[in-house]
Structures are given as C-alpha cells and as structure tokens.
Write a protein that binds this ligand. Structure first.
Ligand code: E4P
Length: 213
C-alpha cells in the first residue's frame, strides 16, 4: 500500500516528501482558497514537488462542467488526476475524461456497487471514505475488503484509495484489506512513526554511548 497526503499545504507536502514515502497527493480547492493563493499555481507547485498522482477535486455538478474543469486541470501537469464525485453526472464525466486518457479519482464512495460502477466507467482510482462510514456506525474497513475482492475477482485495474482516515490503526487495517493507497493527513502520517518503545530505545542507546569510558 502506498501513501498519498491529503492536503493542499505545500510545506506539509515538502516535509512528507522528505520522509521518502510520498507517492501522491489528494486535494480540493477549499483549503487552497483559505491560503489566499491561486488554485492553479498551487496545483502546479504540488506537481513539481511530488512524483506521482495529484488528485484535484472538480467542483461542478453537471457532467459537461466537470469535463471542462477536468480538461483545464489536466493541462496543468500530466500527473493531475481529476477528483469526481460518485453521482450519475460524475460517471458521465469519468467516461469522457477516461476516453481522453485523463486520470480520474471517484470520491465519496460508500458501497461496493458505487465502486464497481466507477471502475466500469473508467475511473483510475476509487476513494471509499472509510472514516465517514465509521462515523455513522458502518464498517469502512469491511467495505475496502469487499471492493478489493470484487476488483480482484473481475480483474479490474482501478486502484482503491482508502480515504477519510482518522487514526493510525486504520492504516494497518487498510493495508491488510488490500487498499492500494491510503490518503492521510500530515498529522496521521507523523503518528505512524511514533512508538514509546522506539523513543525509550533511542534514549537508552544514547545514554549507553555517552557513558562509555
Ligand atoms: C480525500 O480524498 C478526502 O477529501 C478526505 O479523506 C475526506 O476526509 P474527511 O472525511 O475527514 O473529511
């Protein structure tokens, strides 16, 4: 399983890239607007920093508008993937964009049928939002496993992005269930490194070294 960073913050992206684990980014316009920078400039900067898919959410509702938006976004850089919501209009847009070899990430996936439809429409990625399912008492992780089973059984190449991740344990579980990618906040990524026994071990090692004769 690979790691994408779920952010529009360039500093976080640079830091995560320095860890050597960053395979892509997922982002949307809202946080960029908050930072008061041009959205397209920020996407360009992100693609220059990251070697891998940069998924950018389209913000229209009609298929033709999503297609127009996607076409402009894809012109920014070859690594740009267009984020499309899982709706009938979204599926129409995925069909057109994939025919033009523009990569798509179908988001807001909450059941296996939606994932299968998105894949058949030509999606490069599907993003089940596991945290939001857990929030309403369903099992996001179980969904990842079911989608993986269906895609494997039917030899579907679409990759599964485990999205809406809230805590480190979900990373282990998503990897066990066969997700291809997990998109995580910088906060969760940092937490993955932490373990009290690692910290204690480093302290002990340094203490031993400093007390040598
Ligand atoms: C990524 O594609 C999603 O935007 C993100 O993971 C959603 O997370 P949330 O449910 O915490 O908003």
């Amino acid at each position: 399983m690979k790691f994408f960073l779920d952010t529009a913050n360039l500093e976080e992206i640079k830091l995560a890239n320095a860890f050597g684990v960053l395979a892509g980014v997922t982002t949307e316009p809202t946080p960029v607007v908050k930072e008061n920078v041009s959205f397209h400039d920020r996407i360009r900067e992100i693609t220059e920093e990251v070697s891998g898919s940069v998924s950018v959410a389209a913000v229209s509702e009609q298929a033709d508008e999503m297609v127009a938006e996607g076409k402009v976004l894809a012109e920014i850089a070859p690594d740009v993937t267009v984020g499309i919501p899982m709706t009938l209009e979204g599926l129409k847009a995925v069909k057109v964009l994939s025919a033009w070899n523009i990569k798509t990430n179908v988001t807001l996936v909450f059941n296996a049928n939606q994932a299968l439809l998105a894949a058949r429409a030509g999606a490069t990625y599907v993003s089940p939002f596991i945290g939001r399912l857990d929030d309403i008492g369903h099992s996001g992780m179980e969904l990842i496993g079911v989608i993986k089973e269906i895609f494997t059984q039917h030899k579907i190449q679409t990759e599964i992005i485990a999205a809406s991740i809230r805590h480190p344990m979900q990373i282990t579980e998503a990897a066990q269930q066969g997700a291809h990618i997990a998109t995580v906040s910088f906060d969760v990524l940092e937490k993955l490194v932490e373990h009290p026994l690692t910290d204690a071990g480093v302290k002990r090692f340094l203490a031993d070294w400093n007390s040598r004769i």
